[in-house]
Design a protein around this ligand. Sequence first.
Ligand code: ADP
Length: 373
Amino acid sequence: MDNNNTDRDTLPKDNLISEYSELFQAIDVATIALDSANVGIWIIEVESRKFSPSKRTKELFGYYPENEMSFEEALLQITEKHRANVNKAIEISFKKHSYLFIEFPVIGFHDNENRWLSLTGGFNSSNVGNNYFSGIVIDITEQKQNNLRRSKFIGMVSHELKTPLTALNAYIQMLNTWATKQKDSFAIGTMSKVDRQVKKMINMINNLLNLSGAEAGKIHLNKQAFKLNELIKEVIDETLFMTSSHKIHMVPCEMINVVADRDKIDQVLVNLLSNAAKYSEKGTSIQIACALKDNCVELSVIDQGLGIAQQDIDKLFLPHYRVESKETERIPGFGIGLYLCAEIVKKHKGNICVESELGKGSTFKFTLPVNLI
Ligand code: ADP
């Protein structure tokens, strides 16, 4: 690919209807800046789907600058696995006039090169011509490859750390049984503390393992049938064992059988429950409720904690997002727990959301289809 263009990456004006001439004069100036940053630009008329890619945009899809490239031809370069999703996101933005931000892999038309592209765009209403979408496209292949390498590294290290920890956990259970038989209260107390710390580490490592899977787009589900009530009870007991600082109640609910990945749903509940405890005053109450709604079961974790401001709610489920405030700055965390909860719930074809009021508390809710196969 030519990274040393001396020609300006101008739009093919001759192809475009004259009403846009003012727009293109403005774009000409911006083009110099975009050109030096290797950024492609594109315009598409909403009604006619007349597509006008810049030279750099064509290059990113593997076309020669002098080639024509229609919207449909650009779509065809997107790998089959991602094409339908990209098309859907574009159509939704066109329909709702909403901001467009998508990342997807392409295989270049002439050069057959694999690239990851990031496409951003927005709606523009024109009082001289038709409404159109315009935006930029950039090559993010290197960034994607670095992320993948980092994810693989995290996955490998976490896996290596988990093996001795699992063995340690088993020895702790054996020592616990022995100490109980000996009625050695010092050993029982100490083993219980060791057990808590090891469980915390196992939980952190499970999060890192799931993070590495989620970032590589590979969360594997090992589905099995189980009773949700029993899992909730186990998670509550475990959380109470780890932290006795809060009152945790389960609102009684009917026996619900689901077919899901028990360990991963356990992870979601542990994350939501430990957040509820982490972000609320000691001594306050936390509730877990579940209810059947249509073909779903809805689980809620309700706390009386710090609450979350409206502007943070939309970003909470993004990787590494943490709310920055005086109250949260001293509470440690990596900002991956909620991202993982969302990825695991999505993988089960469920939904996750939060209702919250600053200073009053939060309710995190997620659904799981009951007839999961
Ligand atoms: P972490 O807790 O490690 O920072 P999470 O992904 O679990 O990461 O949470 C992201 C952010 O969401 C947290 O930093 C916190 O600010 C906010 N948050 C999560 N759960 C709650 C809660 N129950 N109450 C208030 N804020 C919360």
